[in-house]
Design a protein around this ligand. Structure first.
Ligand SMILES: O=C(O)CCC(=O)C(=O)O
Ligand SMILES: [Fe+2]
Length: 327
């Protein structure tokens, strides 16, 4: 039971008694001031029961109970709506709960093998690394950069915004394939589709977006100018899904962890980009945050399932990358 600023919280019977007492005290004082004697007041008090004396208090109490009941129901409805909004937001408005629910994904992801994942900083290899040498590093999940690994790719001379615009414009159904079966990531843009992003000529000075390609026609052209890295182990299958990220100087992708099946590589075709990496919580004692910068022609390997990552584009040429997962 608690009384605070004349607001009373307690059971109904006690409530009546308490209110009557307060009221009676006031009445007694008024009566005394009006000259009514104590015996007369006492006679009145014993003659009537609590309920008879204060029926309006009971009515008020019932009304207040109903009011509180309304508030409880209102609160419950608001809480339910908030919970639903939260779940929907977590799902990214998606149709499939498990695919996009980061809470579920984070709770169910396997713990990272910390020693293997960090093991002493970023590995730097040169472009003449052989398949055999590379196979030692390919599945360790240690951040790695092969300097100049893509330096001879034709993509270095062909990739531009207009290259992608005309490629997608000329392959029937390619925009729809991305929209329906792949992903468009708007990062630093207001576009909702790849078509809108590639066709807006009034784009603000700074922008960044990425997408995965689901069009076989587009993939065939991309493969000609951006082949599979030659040093990947022979059995490492090149995923049919290419990821392309492009944008101007400034922030790229925001901090995130991916929940994909396999490790991935990314070739820096134009511009320079720094990756900032942070270990997953279970590795924070074993691993330190790392950074690595990819310049034009470098190929970066980051196990984006094991490292939180964010990217920043350097001033100068726009950054364009292409990458893929591998087995
Ligand atoms: O290239 C970027 O800016 C981000 C890439 C990324 O998040 C990824 O490959 O998982
Ligand atoms: Fe990522």
């Amino acid at each position: 039971m608690a009384v605070n600023n004349n607001v009373y919280v307690g059971g109904p019977g006690v409530d009546c008694v308490f209110k009557v007492r307060v009221l009676c005290d006031a009445l007694v004082q008024d009566a005394r001031q009006a000259g009514i004697t104590t015996p007369a007041l006492h006679a009145l008090y014993v003659a009537r029961t609590c309920h008879e004396r204060e029926p309006h208090l009971l009515a008020a109490e019932a009304k207040s109970g109903r009011r509180w009941q309304k508030w409880w129901w209102g609160g419950a409805v608001v809480a339910l709506a908030l919970a639903l909004a939260l779940v929907w937001n977590e799902m990214g408005g998606a149709r499939c709960l498990v695919r996009n629910n980061y809470l579920v994904q984070e709770a169910t992801r396997p713990l990272a093998p910390c020693r293997r994942v960090c093991g002493g900083g970023v590995v730097t290899l040169s472009s003449n690394v052989t398949q055999q040498e590379f196979s030692r590093w390919a599945y360790l999940s240690r951040p790695l950069v092969v300097r100049g690994g893509a330096a001879h790719w034709p993509a270095l001379h062909t990739f531009s915004e207009s290259f992608f615009r005309s490629l997608y414009d000329n392959v029937p159904g390619s925009y729809q394939a991305v929209a329906q079966d792949c992903q468009f990531l708007p990062f630093r843009t207001r576009y909702l589709t790849l078509h809108a992003a590639l066709h807006d000529l009034t784009r603000p000075q700074r922008w960044y977006f990425g997408w995965s390609n689901c069009s076989p026609g587009v993939a065939a052209v991309l493969r000609e100018v951006a082949p599979r890295p030659a040093f990947l182990p022979l059995h490492a299958e090149h995923s049919a899904l290419d990821w392309i990220f492009m944008g101007t100087h400034g922030p790229g992708a925001a901090w995130h962890l991916d929940y994909v099946q396999r490790p991935s590589w990314q070739a820096q075709i134009r511009g320079s980009k720094t990756w900032h990496l942070h270990p997953v919580p279970e590795c924070s004692d074993t691993c330190s945050p790392l950074s690595l910068t990819a310049h034009r022609g470098d190929i970066v390997f980051v196990d984006t399932n094991q490292w939180y990552h964010t990217t920043v584009i350097h001033p100068g040429d726009i950054s364009i990358t292409i990458g893929s997962e591998y087995d």
